[in-house]
Design a protein around this ligand. Structure first.
Ligand code: CP
Ligand code: NVA
Length: 330
C-alpha cells in the first residue's frame, strides 16, 4: 500500500512505479468525481504557496484551481513581488514559508533550488518546472495517454522530437524509464552530445529494472511505430538567445504531417506541453519571423489535426496536480 503523505514531489526519479501508478489512479478518480459534481474538500483548512521565478499559465492556474476545488487557500508569489532571492536567502524563505504553509510549489531555473527548498521548508515542496525537469507535466501526459490509447503504459512508444536536451525531454526519460515505456529522443547529434551522461546512466539503470527502452536517435526510422509524437518549443524560457542556432538545428525535426505519417500508425496522437508556436499568432513568433527565424516547432496542420490531444492534456494538468497535492498533504 502506498502512502505519500509528507513527501516532496521534485522529480519522478524519487518515486517507485507503484507510487506513480497511485498518483495516476488518484487523478483519474478525482477527475471522474469532478465530472460527477462530487467534491470532498480533501484540503479543507490547508494553505499552499506558489513561487514562480518564470512565467506560467497552465501550472499556476492548475495549482490554484486544484487547491481551491479541494477547499485549500492559495498565495501566489512571483520573483518581482517577494523578498525571495533578492533580500532574503532561499534557506530563510523556505523556513518562513514552511511555518505558514502546508505545501510549497516552486518554478525556477536550477533543480538544486527546489531541492534546497524541500530541505529547509519542513513541508512538501512540488516542482512546477526547472531547467532539467517538469514532473507534474509528465503525470498529466501519462493520464492523457491512458485516456486516448487503449494499451498499458509499458506497451506505449513515445517519440520526443526536437530539443532533446530540454526539461521536457529529461522529464519524459524519467517517466518512461519508471513506467517501463519505450522512449525515443529524436533530435540532432549536436544536441545528443549535450545530454548529461550521468543522468542518462541513472535513467538506464531504472530502465534495466522496469524493462523500459530509452533510445536516442536522429534517424527517421526510430519514429516508426510511435503511439505518441511529442514536441516542445525549441528554446525554453531563459534560452531565447539560442533561437538562431536552434532553428538551424531543429527545423528538420519540426512535427509535420510527414513526420506523423512516418510513424505508420494511423491512430498516433500528437502531444505538446504548451505553449506552442504552431502559427504566427504570438508576438514572439512574429518578432522572430521578422528576424528571419521560423520558430514553429509543429505545423498548424498537425496542431489542429484529429491526432492532436493538446487541450485534453492541458486540462489534465489540473487533475494530476490535484492528485499530487492531495496525496502529499491531505
Ligand atoms: N505546460 C506548462 O507548464 O505550461 P505553463 O508554462 O503555462 O505553466
Ligand atoms: N521547455 C519549456 C516548457 C514550458 C512548459 C520551457 O522550459 O520553457
Amino acid at each position: 500500500s502506498v502512502n505519500l503523505k509528507g513527501r516532496s514531489f521534485l522529480t519522478l526519479m524519487d518515486f517507485t512505479p507503484q507510487e506513480i501508478r497511485y498518483m495516476l489512479d488518484l487523478a483519474h478518480d478525482l477527475k471522474a468525481k469532478k465530472r460527477a459534481g462530487i467534491y470532498n474538500y480533501l484540503l479543507k483548512g490547508k494553505n499552499i504557496v506558489l513561487l514562480f521565478e518564470k512565467t506560467s499559465t497552465r501550472t499556476r492556474c492548475a495549482f490554484e484551481v486544484a487547491a481551491l476545488e479541494e477547499g485549500a487557500h492559495v498565495t501566489f508569489l512571483d520573483s518581482g513581488s517577494s523578498q525571495m532571492g533578492k533580500k532574503e536567502s532561499l534557506e530563510d524563505t523556505a523556513k518562513v514559508l514552511g511555518r505558514f504553509y502546508d505545501g510549497i510549489e516552486y518554478r525556477g531555473y536550477k533543480q538544486e533550488v527546489v531541492e534546497d527548498l524541500a530541505k529547509y521548508a519542513g513541508v512538501p515542496v512540488w516542482n512546477g518546472l526547472t531547467d532539467v525537469d517538469h514532473p507534474t507535466q509528465i503525470l498529466a501526459d501519462l493520464l492523457t495517454i491512458e485516456e486516448h490509447i487503449a494499451k498499458p503504459l509499458n506497451k506505449v512508444k513515445v517519440v520526443f522530437a526536437g530539443d532533446i536536451r530540454n526539461n521536457m525531454s529529461y522529464a519524459w526519460m524519467f517517466g518512461c524509464a519508471k513506467m517501463g515505456m519505450h522512449f525515443v529522443a529524436f533530435g540532432p547529434k549536436e544536441l545528443q552530445e549535450q545530454l548529461d551522461k550521468d543522468t542518462l546512466k541513472r535513467v538506464q539503470e531504472v530502465a534495466d529494472y522496469t524493462g523500459a527502452t530509452i533510445e536516442i536517435s536522429d534517424s527517421i526510422e526510430a519514429v516508426k511505430g510511435a503511439d505518441v509524437i511529442y514536441t516542445d518549443i525549441w528554446a525554453s524560457m531563459g534560452e531565447e538567445a539560442q533561437i538562431p542556432e536552434r532553428v538551424k538545428l531543429l527545423t528538420p525535426y519540426k512535427v509535420t504531417m510527414d513526420l506523423i505519417k512516418a510513424t505508420e500508425n494511423n491512430d498516433v496522437i500528437f502531444m505538446h506541453c504548451l505553449p506552442s508556436f504552431h502559427d504566427f499568432e504570438t508576438k514572439m513568433a512574429k518578432e522572430q519571423m521578422a528576424l528571419g527565424f521560423d520558430i514553429r516547432e509543429v505545423t498548424d496542420e498537425v496542431f489542429r489535426s484529429r491526432h492532436s490531444v493538446v487541450f485534453d492534456e492541458a486540462e489534465n494538468r489540473m487533475h494530476t496536480i490535484k492528485a499530487v497535492i492531495v496525496a502529499t498533504i491531505a
